[in-house]
Every structure is written in C-alpha cells, then in structure tokens.
Ligand binder design. Structure first.
Ligand SMILES: *[C@@H]1O[C@H](CO)[C@@H](O)[C@H](O)[C@H]1NC(C)=O
Ligand SMILES: *[C@@H]1O[C@H](CO)[C@@H](O)[C@H](O)[C@H]1NC(C)=O
Length: 497
C-alpha cells in the first residue's frame, strides 16, 4: 500500500493544519486500490477543500482483513491497555480542540459555536469509554453445588460502522469509543460529504498508541464502500446512523449476508410540548435549541412543536422575536449560531418542504427563504397553525424548520405526539412536576427532555423507539451492543480422598 501525503489547510479563523487525504488502514494513510479520488466541498463557500482517496470494495476487503488480524490481540489485552490508549486519545482531542472545531465548521458548515458542543461531548465520551473498560464483567450464577456457572462478556469481532454528515466527529466517537473499550476493532465509513474530521482524528489515534488495525477509516460511496461493509462475512456487527430508509437497507444486507448484529440510530420527528404553565422565557430558548441547533440537522430535533392554547399567542410572539435575533452566516464568525446546511441536496430538500408547508396551508411565522446566493444558508423558519396531516408535521425535514400545532388537552397531545412512526426524542415544558412525570411516561420516545431539549450527556443512553432505531448509544447500554455473553459451566465433582 502506498501512503499519500496530507494537504496543508488554512482556515478563515487562522487555524492551520495538515489534513490526511488517504484511506486509514493499519495506522497509515494510503492510496485507494483503484487510484480513484473524490472532491470535498465547503458548504458555506461551495468551494472545493481538497481531494480524498475513495474506497470501494477492494479497499474494504483490505481494511477488514487488517481489522480482523488486529482483533486477536486487541480483544485479549488487559482492559487497562485499552483504557490508557483511549484516555490519551481524549487528551489529544482536547489539545487539538480548536483544530477539530474548525474542521467541522469547514466541512459540515456548522457554526464554531455548535462545533464546540460536539467536541466537548467527544472528549467526555471517549474518557467515559476508557472508564468503562474495567466494568466489562460477567456474573457468577448460583446453579447449585454441582457446577460453577459464570458469564463472560466478549467482544463481537470486526464492527462495521457507517456515520452521517450532521455530526461527523461526534458520531465517530459514539461508534469508536464503545467498540474499542470492549475490545472490538472497526472499519468505519464517514459520510462522503464530511470525511475530514474522521481522518484527522484517526491520526490522533496513532499518536495515542492505538495499535495498527484497530481503527480503519474508509471514505467512499454508500453504494460501493458502504454496501461492501454491510455484506462482508468477517464483519460481525453493523452500527449505522442515518435515515430510516437506509436503515431498512442495512437490516436487509445484514440478513442477506451473515446475520450481522445491527444497531441503528435513525430518523425522527420529535414532539416538543409546551403546556400553559411553562416558564415562557426559558421554554422559548429550549424550543430554539430544539430545532435550530446544528442548523436543524439533528435526528432528535424538536421539529413538531405542540403548544397548549392558553399560552399559544404569547409564546409565539416571544418565539418569533427570539428566532429573528439568531445570527445565521459564516460558521467562523463570532456570534454566529446557525451556519450552512451541509449538502446541496439537503438544502434543496428543505426548501421544497418549505414550499409544501405554504402550499398545504400552514402559516409562516418567520423565515422561509434562502440567505445570499453562495453557500447553503437558510433563514430559521417557523410555521404555525399546522394540522397533524400537513407533510411538514409528518415527515422529517432535517433542517431549520419548525412546525407548530395548537392543542387543548393533555390526553389529546399525548395521542397526537405518539401518532408517528418515529420515536426518537420528546420534550415537555411545564412547571408542574406531576404533569411532567405523567406525560413523560406516556410518550413513545427513547428520550424525554423535561424543561430542556437536545440536552445530551455522555452517560445517558440515546436511541429510538419504533422506526427511530435499534439499540442504544452512550451510557453503559452502548457497551451491551458491542459485547456478547458467553456462559461457562464447570462441573464440580465431590471426592473423599
Ligand atoms: C401513545 O398514543 C397512542 C395513540 O396515538 C396510543 O395508542 C398509545 O397507547 C400511547 N402510548 C402510551 C404509552 O400511552
Ligand atoms: C443492545 O443492548 C440492549 C441492552 O442494553 C439489548 O437489550 C439489545 O438486545 C441490544 N441490541 C443489539 C442489536 O445488540
């Protein structure tokens, strides 16, 4: 394998760094076997950043063999070896925090402000994975005096991991952290639109002492590179984050190949519910964080806002005022909250949803337009007086577009909130603890935020009910999805010698 050089990149905020451009296999940045490359663009300028090597089937084969070879040793070392490497990796990410934030802003288009949240959780989460390495224990089971029965939690093997473009580095950490902590090795495909931070972070993994073959990064298309991962017989698990439509294909490919274990983190259309007794000012800020954080490109975005009729007019007046204060634009500029949408396709798709909202009779409270003519910038957009059968209330838009509906009664809003094929997240805003507890128990969602929203924590599990996913990420639950249980039974014979 021939290694390929990095390119030197200078960013508008003064950050300079060397961007690796090769596939990351066996701790080296190498050329693709086909010699093919693909361009990566900045969504805020629409200009090309650089060309990267493009992985296809042959490269996935090489990467998987390398991961398979490394698994033998990585899975059997003392846990402290893995802990030490992960702690060092977290330290290096912390040292290079400003560079990583800038890479995310450049490649994804998100504001440095939003990127700061991502990198903060990445550091916390990788540290917490290091800590989890010494909790991967089994149990002894009382089966009477004739046997010693106990369990071991063993890693699965080579894990294929496919991550999306909305949180490139954060998803890298959610996949790589628990996989490595439990002794698995990985072949990870970043999104073709946002592969830069995954490769750069891999260079930090080398410095952290993570052995060759433990991490492979293979940027490439879903159709070739992704499919090769999904169907490879040596890959024992797939962790996928992306749309529900592709999630279905992932399960099919896993079933048709070797029945890989599958965890999925998919789409959502999460209800964010405001009751009459909510605190107006803080609720408005949480509604904003819920739908406009990360330019609305958040699977758990609070995109269906239900507001009780007694507070409806007052809340919307304040919401409009605060939304119109949000600064949208150059992700590197101080004070910018919302950067560019990440891909041209997604940008067009969001615009077409806005058109659909208008056509179907939802009322535009604010926004609705493109900003400028270079870069994929959108006004934060709020539709009000929506009906539950409006397309913008039913479908995931994945952009800065909120759909607000009015409701009267608690039972009514629970029924309307649950009436979705999705069940990723939910939000409740009330000053009545009893109401908060009751409603949180009745909502069908993997997480319920009360008087807050998009409030992720690395020790709290995240994942979906219904068609929003399978399995959990973060928390101790994530480790269960990277281990399997072996039961051991030893017969004890009594002898009088
Ligand atoms: C959620 O609401 C649906 C109706 O849309 C209902 O069938 C379901 O029982 C509710 N779930 C819970 C846990 O109450
Ligand atoms: C994920 O882990 C949970 C336990 O937290 C377990 O119930 C579930 O079956 C696992 N799913 C997969 C697909 O590994």
């Amino acid at each position: 394998m021939t290694t390929v050089p990095s390119v030197h990149i200078k960013l508008p905020n003064g950050v300079e760094y060397d961007q690796p451009t090769g596939l990351f296999i066996d701790n080296q940045f190498v050329a693709s076997s086909s010699g093919k490359t693909f361009p990566v663009y900045s969504p805020s300028t629409e200009e090309k950043i650089c060309d990267l090597q493009e992985a296809d089937r042959d490269d996935v084969e090489i990467a998987t063999q390398s991961a398979y070879k490394a698994f033998k040793k990585w899975s059997t070392v003392e846990p402290k070896v893995r802990a030490t490497a992960l702690l060092k990796l977290a330290d290096l990410i912390e040292e290079e925090k400003e560079t990583l934030k800038a890479i995310e802003a450049l490649d994804n288009g998100k504001s440095l402000f939003c990127a700061g949240f991502d990198v903060g959780i990445v550091i916390d989460y990788i540290r917490s994975c290091a800590g989890y390495t010494n909790t991967i224990d089994g149990r002894t089971i009382n089966t009477g005096d004739t046997h010693l029965s106990y369990t071991r939690r063993e890693p699965l093997g080579v894990c294929g991991q496919i991550i999306p473009w909305n949180f490139p580095l954060l998803m890298w950490s959610w996949k790589i952290g628990p996989a490595l902590a439990t002794g698995n090795t990985v072949v990870l495909k970043p999104a073709s639109a946002t592969p830069l931070s995954a490769l750069y972070a891999a260079s930090l993994a080398v410095k952290a002492g993570i052995p060759p073959g433990v991490i492979q990064i293979v940027p490439g298309s879903g159709r070739k590179c992704g499919d090769a991962i999904l169907r490879h017989p040596l890959i024992k698990k797939i962790a996928f984050t992306g749309s529900t439509a592709i999630g279905r294909d992932v399960m099919i490919a896993a079933a048709e190949s070797n029945l890989k274990k599958v965890t999925l983190e998919l789409g959502g259309k999460s209800p964010n519910i405001v009751f009459n007794d909510a605190d107006l000012d803080t609720t408005v800020q949480h509604l904003i964080a819920g739908i406009f954080f990360n330019s609305g490109e958040v699977c758990c975005a609070g995109s269906r806002i239900y507001v009780q009729e007694g507070i409806y007019d007052k809340l919307l007046a304040k919401f409009k005022e605060e939304v119109e204060k949000l600064k949208v634009g150059n992700p590197f500029e101080e004070g910018v909250f919302q950067g560019a949408q990440t891909t041209p396709d997604q940008f067009e798709s969001v615009l077409s949803y806005i058109e659909k909202g208008k056509a179907e009779g939802a009322k535009l409270l604010t926004g609705g337009n493109r900003i400028g003519n270079k870069g994929y910038f959108l006004e934060p957009t709020v539709f009000i007086d929506c009906d539950d059968d409006h397309t913008i209330v039913k479908e995931e838009i994945f952009g800065p577009v909120a759909a607000v509906c009015k409701f009267k009664y608690i039972d009514e809003v629970i029924e309307r909130a649950n009436n979705s094929e999705y069940g990723l997240a939910s939000g409740i805003h009330t000053t009545d603890i009893n109401k908060a507890l009751d409603v949180s128990q009745r909502l069908e969602a993997g997480i319920c935020w009360i008087n807050t929203y998009n409030d992720l924590h690395h020790q709290v599990p995240f994942g979906g009910y219904k068609e929003s996913g399978i399995g959990r990420e973060m928390g101790s639950e994530a480790l269960d999805n990277y281990t399997q249980i072996k039961a051991v039974r030893i017969k004890i014979t009594r002898k009088n010698e």
